[in-house]
Design a protein around this ligand. Structure first.
Ligand SMILES: [Zn+2]
Length: 391
């Protein structure tokens, strides 16, 4: 409801790192000792990996390797302090990743790791089985291997797809249909940089549907043909920033009715809703992944932003119903007034008719006595009465 607009102003609690800044800082490292990926939490660069072992010490011993597939070199240092988020860095001259393959595989790797970690620890998926990139979903006419697959004890399957590269709406629809046919809930998460993340142009930012924004909304991005296809099929685009473990939800604050140009619109009468499929851009509401859960009934990742959108949708429906009730009450009142008027008219006419009929019964001589009066005309004075008198 209305409180949402002030969330960002009433700032309480620990400061969260800003999400969706297209930060590609390396926060994952392959630990030589445990042979698993390590995630460096925000602001923990000076802290400890595990009791007695600091991140800096671990890096200095060469235990943390770069997880990029074409790299694998040990990291040189931990960058902690300064404006940027704490992250791992290579020694100068080492690990110069190709911009195309490097960050992509890294993002994909981080996304899978973060999703897997979240799914493994989230209370709503407590006794679910997790498969990271290793269990294909097969149908007679093909197969797909989701990045993360969660299977409930009673066999419900949820597939997470982390999508970095470009994808057409048609291809997405085919994959979405494939999962639907296999009875799998599919959740698509896009990268926070690269082809799936195009910041909105100035022209798009000035469009009416993007005029109002919440201070909590992290960014404004373009909606591609793929996103519009998703919206057409009732799927709200989501983005994942693995560096801050944040989920972005496509959102806008709009007037639901089509208004005529030049009409003055107020934010108070607008609603926070998913973008319409014709929109060229939308805002991105950032929520911590930890606060999201899988809504099996709706087949989507239920983020706090989605909760707000659903509440706003309900409010919109109630308001529309109230407006309809008001209109019908007004209509009824008008109808009642009109009926009353008709009745009065009828009564008046009846009375007139009755009076006319009653008049018919009375002889004309009584009705209009002057016409029938037989009095002689008044005597005219003789002509000499008008003669001017001499004085
Ligand atoms: Zn590297």
């Amino acid at each position: 409801m209305g409180t949402s607009r002030w969330r960002g102003l009433v700032n309480s609690g620990p400061r969260r790192p800003r999400a969706f800044t297209q930060d590609t800082a390396q926060v994952l490292a392959f630990d030589k000792k445990t042979r698993q990926l390590r995630y460096l939490p925000a602001g923990e660069g000076n802290g400890e990996v595990e009791p007695g072992v600091t991140w800096r010490g671990h890096v200095a011993r060469g235990m943390l390797l770069c997880p990029a597939t074409d790299c694998g070199l040990p990291f040189g240092r931990v960058v902690a302090g300064g404006a940027r988020r704490h992250h791992f860095a290579h020694r100068p001259g080492e690990g110069e990743h190709d911009d195309v393959t490097g960050p992509e595989t890294l993002w994909h790797l981080s996304a899978k790791d973060v999703l897997g970690r979240w799914a493994a620890t989230h209370p709503s998926l407590a006794d679910w089985t997790l498969h990271l990139d290793d269990t294909p979903i097969t149908l007679p006419d093909g197969w797909r291997r989701p990045d993360v697959l969660a299977v409930s004890p009673d066999g419900v399957k949820v597939a997470f797809e982390a999508q970095y590269s470009a994808l057409t709406g048609t291809d997405w629809k085919a994959r979405h249909d494939f999962y639907a046919k296999a009875g799998v809930v599919d959740i698509w998460l896009f990268a926070h940089h690269g082809p799936q993340w195009r910041p909105a142009t100035t022209r798009q930012r000035h469009r009416r549907e993007l005029v109002w924004r919440d201070p909590d909304w992290a960014a404004t991005v373009q909606l591609s043909g793929l996103h519009q296809t998703m919206l057409r099929h009732g799927v709200i685009p989501l983005w994942l920033d693995p560096t801050t473990q944040t989920i972005g939800t496509a959102t806008t604050r709009v007037h639901p009715s089509n208004t005529s140009p030049g009409e003055r619109l107020w934010e108070d009468s607008a609603y926070t809703l998913p973008p319409r499929r014709t929109f060229r851009a939308c805002h991105v509401a950032a929520d911590a992944l930890q606060q999201c859960e899988v809504d099996l009934e709706a087949g989507e990742l239920f983020t706090p932003a989605r909760r707000e959108q659903r509440e706003e949708h309900q409010r919109l429906e109630q308001d529309e119903q109230a407006a309809r009730d008001r209109a019908s009450r007004h209509e009824e009142r008008l109808q009642a007034e009109w009926d009353q008027h008709q009745q009065q008219e009828r009564r008046r006419k009846d009375a007139e008719r009755a009076a006319a009929e009653a008049r018919q019964q009375i002889p004309l001589k009584e009705q209009f006595p002057p016409l029938f009066r037989q009095d002689p005309p008044p005597a005219k004075p003789p002509w000499w009465k008008f003669w001017p008198r001499r004085t």
